[in-house]
Design a protein around this ligand. Structure first.
Ligand SMILES: [Zn+2]
Length: 521
């Protein structure tokens, strides 16, 4: 259930592995690398699932679209400089974005596809991402440490703009970092440059790479800053990139005279027909997200019901409805909405997370646990871990509960703070000495005391302190109980033991320790 944190593993690897020099398969340059090709493939294979989940999940309503994008991607990959296990998926996300993980695992959001005008422009996007994978840009970022320097970079999930947004913990963090990082200008230039070469090798008109960049610049100028969270955060559009692409295309075009350069506009229009036909439904879905951000939940629900009327086959509409109903404490209705979503797509973490939390609130712990475990297998989140911890605690599985709370505590924000406190509540009772310290002293008359201090923020009760002291050559013992002790405070406890009159004594003749305590409710 708990996967080893890959980021931590890699960090260890980076500090112990011998750096090796390797020729970059795309640029032909010699470069330092701490990440082998086998590791690149392993990172891609491990992180592809959670990364897709965290970015909206796979777009399955129109499977033909994913097949089409994959086919165009494979056509580019086949002429790339590096043989990898390339995969291309469409994600159910309205933000225009695309990303590549090491090992050739690539994704493009439906929100980007609807901004493109031709198959050649799609080839320009995918060619750029193929270069990021082929030229080892992700592996270079790991080698430089720019990815792992912040070991706990956790991002709110883009698809969930609401108060109960959860955070990625454990396995999955590395992917989250890799797909949201900026590669740097040099890597972006390489991706543009070689991406255009790949387009030409695959038979596409390279001028589409220029029109694509022009579209990006135009869009970035006209859009609100929220848009910058997507493609433009990791791939900043600029007039410089347009000019660089134009210069390269001008250089290439004379040599391409007489070649049949494809743009594939008609094919692209056909492939996008489903998304274009249902654009209104997805607009309502986006409006529902905005309404949620403004706390207008009733408006959001109306938008979603209208979207469902237009496109009843889209599971995300029911899922977001479930999220709102859960937030409004309408747990049974939320379960119904998640049921509808899962009936259409049984492979998206958010539905299981939301339904699991709803079941937990309804007191149906068995169903809750099963759903929360499923959501965690798809994408480990602090919310799921925290809920699983609470269930384990009710079932009196203290060690399991501690593990869950520890995982949840890795994140940031309210859920992590709650989980940290829950962990401490259990651990304080398991290991009272780690939190409650007893320091011994004797007064001028030889009476023995202990200063008992509580370093946790939790108030405790029934604090049992055991005393032992060598008095007149014999061992004296006493047990004392402190009825209550506040968080971060201390109290003096008299042991009832006393050194004999005139007996010289030293600190090593007495001992005290806290053997048990309860956290006060
Ligand atoms: Zn890029």
């Amino acid at each position: 259930m708990f996967q080893k944190n890959l980021a931590t593993g890699l960090l260890l690897l980076a500090s112990t592995a011998l750096a090796s020099c390797a020729v970059n398969p795309v640029t032909g340059r010699n470069e330092l690398s701490l990440v082998s090709e086998a590791q690149e493939r392993a990172i891609g294979a491990e992180q592809y699932g959670p990364s897709r989940q965290s970015q909206g999940g796979d777009f399955n309503v129109d499977e033909a679209l994913t097949n089409y994008v994959n086919a165009v991607g494979q056509r580019i990959a086949a002429v790339s400089d590096r043989d990898l296990d390339y995969e291309f998926v469409v994600l159910n996300n309205s933000v225009p974005n695309a990303w590549a993980l090491p090992g050739g695992k690539i994704a493009v959001n439906r929100g980007l596809l609807t901004e493109l005008n031709s198959e050649a422009e799609l080839a320009a996007v995918l060619g750029h991402e193929v270069v990021h994978a082929a030229a080892r840009h992700g592996a270079q970022a790991i080698t430089r440490g720019t990815v792992l320097q912040s070991a706990l970079v956790v991002g709110a999930i883009a698809a969930r703009d609401n108060d109960y947004a959860d955070y990625i913990v454990g396995a999955g963090q590395l992917g989250a970092q890799l797909i949201t990082q900026r590669y740097g200008r040099e890597a972006e230039r390489e991706a543009d440059y070689y991406g255009i070469q790949y387009m030409v090798r695959a038979g596409y008109d390279p001028r589409a790479a220029v029109s694509l960049q022009e579209t990006f610049v135009r869009l970035s100028e006209g859009r609100a800053s929220g848009w910058l969270d997507g493609l433009f955060a990791s791939h900043p559009p600029s007039k410089e990139r347009v000019m660089n692409n134009q210069a390269l295309v001008d250089e290439l075009m004379p040599g391409l005279q007489g070649r049949d350069l494809e743009t594939g506009e008609v094919r692209y229009r056909q492939a996008l027909a489903f998304l274009q036909d249902n654009a209104d439904a997805y607009d309502l879905f986006d409006e529902a997200h905005s309404a949620i951000a403004d706390d207008d939940f009733d408006i959001a629900l109306l938008n979603l019901d209208a979207a469902i009327d237009m496109l009843p086959a889209e599971p995300r509409f029911y899922g977001l409805k479930g999220d709102i109903l859960l937030y409004q404490d309408k747990y049974s209705d939320a379960v119904d909405a998640y049921d509808d979503a899962i009936a259409l797509d049984d492979n998206y973490f958010d539905y299981y997370l939301g339904r699991g939390v709803s079941y937990a609130r309804l007191g149906q712990r068995t169903q809750a646990r099963s759903d929360l475990e499923r959501s965690t297998a798809l994408l480990p989140t602090a919310v799921a871990m925290n809920e699983l911890g609470k269930i384990a605690l009710v079932n009196n599985e203290r060690q399991a509960a501690k593990q869950y709370f520890l995982e949840a505590a890795q994140a940031q924000g309210q859920v992590a703070r709650e989980a940290t406190l829950s962990f401490t509540r259990i651990d304080l009772e398991d290991n009272p000495r780690a939190y409650l310290n007893a320091e011994m002293y004797a007064d001028a008359e030889g009476r023995i005391y202990a200063r008992v201090s509580n370093s946790s923020s939790l108030p405790v009760e029934a604090v049992t302190v055991e005393f032992a002291a060598v008095i007149g050559g014999r061992l004296g013992r006493q047990t004392r109980t402190v009825s209550t002790l506040g968080g971060n405070s201390a109290v003096t406890v008299s042991s009832g033991l006393r050194f004999a009159d005139g007996q010289p004594w030293s600190a090593d003749q007495m001992q005290a320790s806290v053997v048990s305590a309860r956290v006060r409710d």
